[in-house]
Design a protein around this ligand. Structure first.
Ligand SMILES: Cc1ncc(COP(=O)(O)O)c(C=O)c1O
Length: 449
């Protein structure tokens, strides 16, 4: 049955109706955000398109933020939002955590750029190695991208081979991304690509390249590709096959490390050779890390003759190291991480109960605090299952949630953060329910087209 609201408002083909609904939401958004629009126009004078981080752009223009506290942000036009962008998972601690602020003030008092080892990096290294049993030792760098570049290079050097296997729709950083195919800016490593969660196809590809395969890099949950859980048999197969052919298995847990006390590897008990980390481990400040067994990591030991030199002016920058220590020691303890996973997973499941009760084709994919809303009745198990209709509806969901005071990522991701509370989650659920009620007929038609 077509609701009166739908037939009154939208006419034409399903695609035209979706476009019209998005245009309608955009015009309300433009009217509500004149200062952000002016800021975007001004920014475009010296930043291409007003932008220095592609993922933050969306049409007609992104909001300019002026402040945040707890799990909320305020924009230039004075609107307040519950922040489910959560800095794409890095803002796990919210925007004004007192423990992290104290650690940062101490750094300001003590001195900012030391040009030497400090007490912080060894403490953060110890905290992380205790959390991820597959890591005997770790090295820090400046971002998740850098961590993955170092992990891939380490696999090549360790094995003396060239080929690297990654997955279609995987994302490992600005120059290692396979969203919708290979990216023009990617580093010119010798990548072969398999399909995520395709056990047979991936296993065959590993056999084909076996003698030159240096490493396989995989997100245990495919993040930007739709928050799709890697199934246990798939990850187990990667573990066995890489061992069989003498390649290194790299888990990119830059996002997923926040899921429980020791990330997905701890949850499923299938361990990689190298783990890469980033995002939240610096307490919200920029950092990255890669680590693994001592025999691999000792190649970087500068006390050894012929050691690999891994440079980076800010590898141990004191702000990130100190904030990371405070965050991992005092806030995100293993107990808190386990509790947060349960709490956020209960929210995700409650969304799916709500969507099912309305029989609307929407599904909260992912796990715990990493959620992507898909327009589908079923969980999405492979990126190829995401339909054009599903993609076409994302801007509508995004804009309607913004207009209701909920920041979500433009591609439909929601990240929960520690300062969020039940009341904020309940309001978000109600808002998603309103969206489902309002647009159910449009969604169904767009998916059927
Ligand atoms: C899974 C994954 N790996 C790596 C990266 C890159 O991290 P960074 O943006 O810190 O370079 C990201 C960033 O979103 C990510 O999601």
């Amino acid at each position: 049955m077509v609701s009166p609201m739908y037939s009154d408002q939208f006419v034409g083909t399903p695609a035209e109706a979706v476009t019209a609904a998005i245009e309608d939401a955009r015009s309300r958004y433009v009217a509500a955000n004149p200062l952000s629009q002016a800021a975007d126009e001004d920014a475009a004078r010296h930043l291409p398109g007003g932008n220095t981080r592609s993922v933050l752009h969306f049409d007609p223009f992104p909001l300019t933020m002026v402040g945040g506290d707890g799990a909320e942000l305020t924009d230039f036009d004075g609107h307040r939002y519950v922040d489910f962008v959560g800095e794409y998972s890095a803002a796990l601690f919210g925007h004004s955590n007192a423990v992290i602020k104290k650690a940062l003030h101490a750094v300001l008092d003590d001195g900012v750029t030391m040009g030497a080892p400090t007490r912080y990096e060894r403490e953060l290294a110890a905290l992380l190695c205790a959390r991820f049993p597959s890591m005997d030792q770790v090295r820090f760098c400046n971002s998740g991208t850098e961590a993955n570049l170092m992990a891939l290079s380490t696999a090549r050097v360790t094995t003396g081979r060239n080929t690297l296997l990654a997955f279609n729709d995987g994302y490992h950083g600005g120059v290692i991304k396979f969203l919708g195919g290979r990216c023009a800016l990617n580093v010119p490593f010798d990548f072969v690509l398999a399909d995520y969660n395709d056990i047979e196809g991936t296993s065959n590809l590993i056999d084909q390249v076996s003698t030159d395969l240096a490493g396989v890099i995989v997100e245990p949950i495919l993040g930007a590709g739709g928050n799709i859980q890697g199934n246990r048999q798939f990850l187990q197969m990667l573990r066995e096959k890489t061992r069989e052919v003498g390649a290194l298995l790299i888990y990119d847990e830059v996002k997923t490390a926040r899921l429980g006390p020791s990330g997905v590897q701890g949850m499923i008990g299938v361990e990689p050779d190298i783990t890469t980390l980033g995002k939240f481990i610096g307490g919200g400040l920029p950092t990255g890390a890669f680590g693994g067994p001592a025999d691999v990591m000792q190649q970087f030991n500068p006390k050894r003759k012929g050691a690999l030199a891994h440079a980076g002016t800010f590898n141990n920058n004191v702000f990130s190291m100190a904030a990371g220590c405070a965050a991992m020691r005092e806030i995100y303890t293993p107990e808190r991480a386990a509790e947060f996973l349960d709490w956020s997973e209960a929210f995700r499941l409650s969304l799916n109960d709500m969507f099912a009760s309305k029989d609307v084709p929407m599904y909260a994919n992912g796990l715990g605090s990493m959620i992507a809303i898909h327009f589908s009745r079923e969980p999405t198990k492979r990126p190829g299952d995401i339909t054009p209709g599903c993609r076409s509806l994302r801007p509508l969901l995004h804009l309607e949630l913004l207009l209701e005071g909920f920041l979500i990522c433009s591609r439909g991701d929601l990240f929960l953060s520690l300062p969020m509370n039940d009341e904020q989650l309940s309001r978000a659920r109600i808002t998603l329910a309103k969206f489902a009620d309002r647009y159910k007929p449009l969604i169904e038609q767009a998916l059927a087209a």
